[in-house]
Design a protein around this ligand. Structure first.
Ligand code: FAD
Length: 451
């Protein structure tokens, strides 16, 4: 289709047809709703705050389908008219990866919220079902879902397409490690069809920000439900806390989560128990039969057990203080300062955290998580400029650490697979434009890559 008509005009034509076929309630062009649905939590990054501020890229319409088939219909219409489509769940992504860089349609998938606990090992859910509700349904049926993020109010489609790890990761890894048993995906190839993919075939759509297809249904892995207990402990030193943190990997049943924070991060944590702001905080979701052993290890390392809470709500509360959440709480507690964070990993967190602290000038704070392969940490530091952020990244890589920058919006995992898949499933490059950056392969109309 020629550029003779603007994206906005073509979008309005498409959504008029969507409203006629599916119902007027499926479409909105209300300016406030468009603005709200065109940004995410990238405001946690001062780099992204500058590059993709709220209001710079705004959709021309929001479409809210109710069924997988409706998603396929919308995509067929958008494809015919060359209208970009950016999928969206709860909008809790960190990287601006749900920002509609080329305008067009934002596809709000939250109405696809069906949940069915299957016989056997899976739960089948619409892409828009909230992980909190999926977890509740699974627990009621005597099952635990393998993994969920600290943003448990996010959608399963958004977590699979844009997230990666969380509570459950110590044992079950990330979203690419078997959590996704099967997917139903709507491609942007003009066919109006739905693809059913199982096992490895689903991987091109996991953590791909929707550039390879819109996830409409997900089957996630579960296991028999366990009795979980929230254990709060406090230490006088990082070394003592790290010693216990590290030891948790050899418990007979792995914990579901193990988060640690320096004193500077502790006062802003919304814990249900009093936390000493002068001490290092370790919080563990431990399986009931291992709690006494965790308590013993805390005592042996010179720490104190602050609380042991054996109700599931307390475990949820503890989950809500994991991964990126302590960074957010710190930012909220100090609105006068500008912080940025880096997602990093390496045994160095157990052995020589000062080497990491030395990477950035000024105040540097560490939040620790446990993964099956070792520690993961959020490094929070004073923001000066993007060059300083990138220089620190390089220094951490030199230290042998793994580093993921939360200050970029493009697909940066399994990129070749995404590119190969998108050639077939989105030949016009209309899905979430600007997120699959190799522009020699998939054309995008904007060039906003950071590197
Ligand atoms: C404070 C804070 C803490 C966080 N903690 C974690 C954490 O513990 N673990 C973690 O992994 N992440 C975490 N995140 C990131 C984010 O919450 C997760 O990625 C989340 O699961 C995204 O879900 P969502 O429904 O909000 O998706 P959105 O933000 O709406 O979308 C995420 C991405 O997926 C795409 N997308 C959405 N739905 C679909 C679909 N159905 N099909 C195809 N593409 C789609 C979007 O275009 C976007 O690129 C955190 C974010 C914040 C702000």
């Amino acid at each position: 289709m020629s550029d003779a008509t603007s994206t906005r005009e073509r979008t309005l034509d498409v959504v008029t047809e969507v409203a006629r076929r599916l119902g007027a309630d499926r479409v909105t062009t209300d300016p406030e709703t468009l603005l709200k649905n065109s940004s995410d939590w990238s405001r946690m990054s001062p780099v992204l705050e500058e590059k993709v501020p709220r209001g710079r890229y705004v959709a021309d319409a929001v479409v809210r389908p109710r069924t997988p088939e409706e998603v396929a219909d919308v995509l067929a219409l958008a494809h015919a008219a060359d209208v970009p489509v950016t999928p969206r769940g709860s909008g809790t992504g960190n990287y601006g990866q749900a920002t509609p860089f080329d305008g067009g349609i934002v596809l709000d998938l939250r109405r696809l919220d069906r949940i069915e606990v299957l016989e056997g090992e899976g739960v089948l859910a619409g892409a828009g079902a909230l992980l909190s509700k999926i977890d509740r349904a699974a627990r009621a049926a005597g099952r635990d879902i393998w993994v969920f993020p600290s943003t448990k109010a996010s959608t399963v489609g958004g977590f699979v397409a844009g997230g990666s790890a969380g509570t459950g990761t110590i044992e079950h890894g990330t979203t690419t490690d078997g959590f996704v048993r099967a997917l139903t995906v709507a491609p942007m190839d003009g066919s109006g069809r739905l693809l059913h993919l199982r096992g490895e075939d689903a991987l091109p759509y996991v953590h791909a920000y929707g550039v390879t297809g819109i996830v409409v249904e997900v089957e996630v892995a579960t296991e028999p439900a366990r009795e979980w207990t929230a254990v709060y402990a406090a230490f006088d030193s990082w070394a003592a806390m790290a010693h216990v943190h590290r030891s948790l990997l050899d418990l007979p049943v792995l914990p579901r989560l193990a988060s640690g924070d320096e004193p500077a991060l502790v006062p802003s944590l919304p814990a249900s128990v009093d936390l000493d702001p002068g001490r290092f905080s370790l919080r563990v979701i431990a399986e009931a039969s291992t709690v006494a052993e965790v308590e013993r290890r805390v005592a042996d390392a010179g720490g104190d057990v602050v609380a042991v809470l054996d109700d599931y709500a307390s475990c949820d509360r503890l989950s809500g203080m994991s991964y990126n959440h302590p960074v957010l709480f710190l930012q909220r507690a100090h609105p006068d300062r500008t912080w940025f964070h880096m997602e990093t990993g390496g045994e160095i967190y157990w052995t020589d955290p000062d080497a990491v602290r030395a990477v950035y000038p000024g105040d540097v704070h560490l939040h620790l998580e446990l993964m099956g392969r070792g520690p993961l940490a959020m490094v929070v530091a004073d923001y000066h400029d993007e060059a300083g952020v990138l220089a620190g990244m390089e220094a951490m890589e030199t230290l042998g650490m793994t580093v993921h920058s939360p200050h970029q919006w493009y697909v940066d995992r399994n990129v070749d697979l995404a590119v190969r898949t998108a050639r077939e499933t989105d030949p016009k490059g209309l899905l979430n434009p600007g997120k699959l950056v190799p522009d020699h392969v998939v054309p995008t109309r904007v060039n906003v890559g950071v590197r």
